[in-house]
Design a protein around this ligand. Structure first.
Ligand code: DGL
Length: 270
């Protein structure tokens, strides 16, 4: 039994394109509807209640597009509003559970680092998910609020002195704690992987987008709900197109974004 409905992916903005990329790479035949709440980004420095309200709006929007499953690509939403997703009438994937499972699988010394937005780290979501799988694990979590603007500026080069200094300052507690595994717990951070690698050395980096794409593939295999004859069509909806939209979208998508596939929408009246 195939299912030609699209996979719905949402994020606070354009960062979730890094997750969408991983899903499209692993499941090229699946159609994807991407929703980025670019009019209200960032979520990561907001309070829990407002993030939850925004998450519900975003999920409603995707449901209107008749998607077969929904992915909260946003680490912040996944951390503070996953219950809103699990209450939906379609299967829901968030960015914490699968990354935690992968981190617990690969760590040798049971010392796991987590980096994310202030809201993500403040929620303790990764700590909780890791403790449920490995109660002996020690988790060191650090908020890295400057990483998002740095990535959106396109400053991701491992050789860039400023990037290097910012990364070194943020991840210092993780290095000092002796972590052998580090979860990149925010949409933008996989783009900094080379810069992070240059600072942390041999620590294993976990990209939640890769882990979630694999989990979606497993789910589609188990249920048979693949898009058997799909062409991998992608549609993008955003709530604002700022001046830097094209630049930011292309950085996060890893290729120039075709603006003709992007529609501007209003969330009012959902
Ligand atoms: N997408 C967000 C996340 O992964 C980062 C940007 C924001 O703060 O909204 O947490």
């Amino acid at each position: 039994m195939a299912d030609s409905r699209a996979i719905g992916v949402f994020d606070s903005g354009l960062g979730g394109l890094t997750v969408m990329r991983e899903i499209a790479h692993r499941l090229p035949k699946e159609d994807i509807v991407y929703f980025g709440d670019t009019g209200r980004v960032p979520y990561g420095n907001r309070g829990k209640e407002i993030i939850r309200k925004y998450a519900v709006d975003d999920e409603k929007f995707l449901l209107q597009h008749n998607v077969k499953l929904i992915v909260a690509a946003c680490g912040t939403v996944s951390s503070v509003a996953a219950d809103t997703g699990y209450a939906l009438p379609v299967p829901f994937f968030e960015m914490i559970t699968h990354a935690a499972r992968e981190a617990v699988r690969v760590t040798r010394n049971h010392k796991i680092g987590v980096i994310g937005t202030a809201a993500t780290v403040g929620s303790g979501s990764h700590k909780q998910a890791i403790a449920a799988l490995d109660p002996t694990a020690q988790v060191t979590a650090c908020a890295c609020p400057m990483f998002v603007p740095i990535v959106e500026e396109g400053w991701v080069d491992a050789g860039d002195e400023l990037v290097n200094a910012v990364v070194a300052r943020y991840v210092d507690p993780i290095i000092r704690a002796g972590c052998d595994t580090l979860i990149l717990g925010c949409t933008h951070y996989p783009l900094l992987r080379h810069a992070i690698r240059a600072v942390v050395g041999e620590i294993t980096l976990i990209d939640p987008g890769v882990a979630v794409a694999a989990a979606i593939q497993d789910y589609l295999s188990a249920t048979g709900l693949f898009n058997a004859d799909g062409g991998g069509q992608q549609r993008f909806f955003v709530t604002d197109k700022t001046q830097s939209f094209q630049k930011t979208a292309s950085i996060l998508l890893g290729k120039p974004m075709d603006e003709t596939c992007v529609e501007l929408v209003e969330l009012e009246g959902l």
